[in-house]
Design a protein around this ligand. Structure first.
Ligand code: NCD
Ligand code: ZN
Length: 350
């Protein structure tokens, strides 16, 4: 039985650092575990300018506990995003990628895209300049059932984008369905997907049966067990097409346990540990490093981290705290419905 593992240090390819006092709390936790992270731009005022990016990045770096920590910043794609600003930011290495939110699909997405044809001139430039497009792949349409929104987005929106811009580097983020897995498997190598810990662990029944669990509510919404199994197979099979993006998305406990609760799960603190446990449970520890540390850099044409981490399987389940708190915030830390034995023992710095 494997009790110890050495892998290249992981990166988190999708995280929310929020605003105000929360930034400190969140950046500290992410920078303890990861070297690089793609930072989501869905703040209350979406990030669309170089000035905002510089300010936000500086604030993030102020709170890092890791000298190697690199926040990879993103622009929020609006129909009126200034392409010249984007190109200037990209050429100066200030922006790493651009995030597409269909308008109204998720938290702070009101300024997102309504008419997808209107962003084609921006996508054309991004394709020419090799700037990755990160996609929240759900349509926001009252007529479409929430459980079908990922599939319909792929069929109605993404297919057209890919046809028009076959070389655009695209990440279909936080995929939730077998349909999305199959789609990525059949796509060209410039189209890959990130997967969250919670979508690997939970299905919609876990969230809804007997008593509703607001802390399992996230977007894209949890799907059926067959979908979850397809995600686990995709993540653990060794395919280069899938990598970790935690989508760690904290909301205050009052906003989760509410008449109108927010979507988002905060999972940073135990993310690497629970992913390792999932791979162990599937007997696929050999493929862990691909998913956590290798596939992301390949997709984004970045070098692997030079550091390594040593994971250790302890004889007893680990205990994690339940909340992350400061004077103004109390955030529930995601707790999987199975024991976690894997912990990070140490880091090897070359
Ligand atoms: C995210 C958030 O709260 O910012 N919520 C979520 O459920 N995942 C937004 C997002 O990534 O959809
Ligand atoms: Zn997110």
């Amino acid at each position: 039985m494997t009790m110890m593992l050495e892998i290249v240090k992981p990166d988190d390819w999708h995280v929310h650092f929020r605003e105000g006092k929360l930034i400190k709390l969140l950046v500290r936790e992410t920078s303890k575990l990861y070297n690089r992270t793609i930072v989501m731009p869905n703040l209350s005022t979406p990030i669309t300018s170089i000035t905002q990016i510089k300010k936000y990045k500086k604030e993030i770096l102020n709170h890092s506990l890791n000298k190697k920590f690199e926040p990879l910043m993103t622009f929020y794609l609006t129909e009126s995003l200034d392409v010249d600003e984007l190109i200037k930011a990209s050429k100066n290495n200030l922006v790493f990628a651009v995030k597409l939110y269909p308008s109204g699909a998720t938290t702070n997405s009101a300024k997102g895209v309504k008419n997808f044809k209107n962003i084609y001139p921006i996508l054309k430039k991004m394709s020419e300049e090799n700037i990755p497009l990160l996609v929240h792949g759900e349509v926001n349409d009252k007529k479409i059932d929430i459980f079908d929104r990922e599939r319909i987005f792929i069929e109605n929106i993404l297919f057209s984008i890919i046809k028009e811009f076959p070389d655009l580097k695209i990440t279909l983020e936080h995929i939730t369905t077998k349909f999305a897995v199959d789609f990525v498997e059949r796509s060209k190598s410039n189209i890959k997907a990130s997967i969250t810990p919670h979508h690997l662990i939970l299905n919609r029944t876990d969230m809804l049966e007997h008593k509703i669990k607001p802390h399992y509510y996230c977007l894209p919404i949890l799907k059926k067990e067959d979908d979850r199994k397809a995600l686990v197979e995709a993540a653990t099979c060794g395919s280069q097409n899938f990598f970790l993006g935690t989508d760690s998305a904290p909301h205050n406990i009052d906003d989760k346990e509410s008449e109108c609760g927010c979507a988002g799960i905060f999972n940073t603190i135990n993310s690497i540990q629970m992913i390792t446990q999932i791979f162990d449970n599937e007997n696929k520890l050999d493929n862990l490093e691909n998913f956590l540390s290798k596939n992301g850099p390949i997709h984004y044409s970045l070098p692997e981290n030079k550091e390594k981490i040593i994971l250790n399987k302890s004889p007893r389940p680990l205990k994690f705290k339940n909340y992350l708190e400061n004077d103004d915030h109390k955030i529930r830390i995601f707790s999987p419905p199975f024991p976690i034995y894997w912990d990070i023992k140490s880091e090897i710095i070359p």
